[in-house]
Design a protein around this ligand. Structure first.
Ligand code: 13P
Length: 285
């Protein structure tokens, strides 16, 4: 099965009413956990490396490992740069064999976001790499531990989305419809009508960032309204941290490698739960 580009994965999901999970890889444990679960559950998967995590993941050093793992996998895997903010980060991902890049120009004025995204789309498509971009702005950052709330003034405008997709030819569009990165303050409310309007006007698979802390019903409605890729990180990170806190209460004393296995198990449970909810389980039997 192995390494594919993002467009292949999300187009299938978009047309068949499920979403593919995009899980952030920050080390070997996260990589192994995500791939093991995907294979066990016959689920396509997206391995994401965020530019914000470059201090933990040296892309030049880690990419050969990611590529080998993806190529060997028994399920289709896309290797994706998450929230690329700079041209050097995008080019580094392209040079290192990634099959998909996200250019995040969501804080730029519309015209500038369009111009920069179009430049990247031309370059990436020339080497068969998919492009995701963001319009509107999903607040909060990777590893944000302070609770956040969505800002409706930054939600994606459906008409702007139509123009943006036509001008840039992106393969997938990340939208701001009520989700935030990190932990939610209060109960999040997704603007499903807005989401459906964006889907109808753009026709491209949509991406939901901030997939930790939403309810099963939120996911079900979002997928029905055009979401075909869901990004998850905080739930994996929190599951790992919660398991680490139990270590001193265990009857046996663990060595370092056994301890890391325990962390991996916690991440696997978090990833498996999401794949079930997203409907990607069994999609590549
Ligand atoms: P969470 O950390 O809220 O799950 O969001 C992840 C994300 O959107 C990465 O781009």
């Amino acid at each position: 099965m192995a390494l594919v580009n993002l467009k292949q994965l999300v187009s299938a999901a978009f047309h068949h009413g499920y979403a593919v999970g995009s899980f952030n890889v920050v080390n070997m444990e996260t990589l192994q956990a995500i791939l093991q679960v995907a294979e066990e559950h016959h689920s396509p998967v997206i391995l994401s490396v965020a530019e914000a995590h470059f201090p933990f993941v040296d892309l030049e050093e880690f990419s050969p490992i990611l590529l080998r793992a993806a190529r060997k996998a028994k399920v289709p895997v896309a290797l994706h740069l998450d929230h690329g903010q700079s041209l050097p980060a995008i080019v580094t991902a392209l040079r290192n064999g990634f099959t998909s890049v996200m250019f995040d120009g969501s804080t730029l004025p519309l015209e500038e976001n369009i111009a920069k995204t179009r430049e990247i789309t031309r370059m990436a498509h020339a080497v068969d790499v998919s492009v995701e971009a963001e319009l509107g702005h999903v607040t909060g950052g990777e590893d944000d531990t302070s609770p956040g709330v969505a800002d409706p003034s930054l939600f994606t405008d459906p008409q702007e989305a139509e123009l943006f997709v036509a001008e840039t030819e992106v393969d997938a569009l990340a939208v701001a419809v009520g989700s935030v990165h990190g932990i939610y303050q209060g109960t999040p409310e997704l603007d499903i009508e807005r989401l459906a309007a964006i889907r109808d006007l753009t026709g491209v698979p949509l991406v939901l960032h901030g997939g930790s802390g939403l309810s099963n019903d939120d996911f079900r409605q979002a997928i029905a309204a055009g979401i075909a890729k869901i990004n998850v990180y905080t739930d994996m990170s929190q599951a790992a941290m919660a398991r680490i806190r139990t270590v001193d209460t265990l009857p046996q004393r663990l060595g370092f490698p056994e301890f890391m296995l325990l962390v991996r198990e916690a991440i696997q449970e978090a990833v498996a739960e999401k794949m079930q909810i997203f409907g990607s389980v069994g999609q590549c039997n």
